[in-house]
Design a protein around this ligand. Structure first.
Ligand code: 4NP
Length: 148
């Protein structure tokens, strides 16, 4: 799960997907394309909305997405078009590129809709993001089960 800061959207996506899959079998992680917040906890507002939905994301620490992640992961979900461009810049071949998916295309196929960056928004914005990611992750989890 990749966003810009790895403190607002992708930590929620990581926590939500982990709650819906068998984490003994499926490794879920998140990262940011930027390097501003490396080592930090998720944003308080993400921690709050997660907690409201009975998820604890305080074990997460921000890290930056790197080229080696293409070797580590089969699927790379990006939150918006800007994240997609930044991740694709680090891709080395078609196989790498094929791993990169817009997360809301799970709900709205081929529409390339962004998960809005809630950083400058209020708690409502984070709740909106949580709900979108929850829907997308339900579909992703079902797909992973079908492929099991
Ligand atoms: P995120 O949100 O990409 O969902 O983690 C942001 C967090 C921090 C910044 C931008 C987006 N920032 O510019 O510091």
């Amino acid at each position: 799960m990749v966003c810009l800061g790895n403190i607002c959207r992708s930590p929620l996506a990581e926590g939500i997907l982990k709650s819906k899959v068998n984490t003994q079998k499926i490794f879920v992680d998140s990262a940011g394309t930027g390097n501003y917040h490396i080592g930090r906890l998720p944003d308080e507002r993400s921690i709050t909305v997660a907690k409201k939905n009975l998820l604890d994301i305080t074990d997460q620490r921000c890290r930056q997405f790197q080229m080696a992640d293409f070797d580590e992961f089969d699927l790379i979900y990006v939150m918006d078009n800007s994240n997609r461009r930044d991740v694709l810049k680090l891709s080395r071949n078609e196989n790498d590129k094929d791993k990169v998916k817009m997360i809301l295309n799970e709900i709205f196929p081929d529409e390339n809709v962004d998960v809005p960056d809630p950083y400058h928004d209020n708690q409502r914005g984070f709740e909106n993001v949580f709900n979108m990611l929850d829907k997308a992750c339900t579909i992703i989890a079902q797909r992973l089960l079908d492929h099991d």
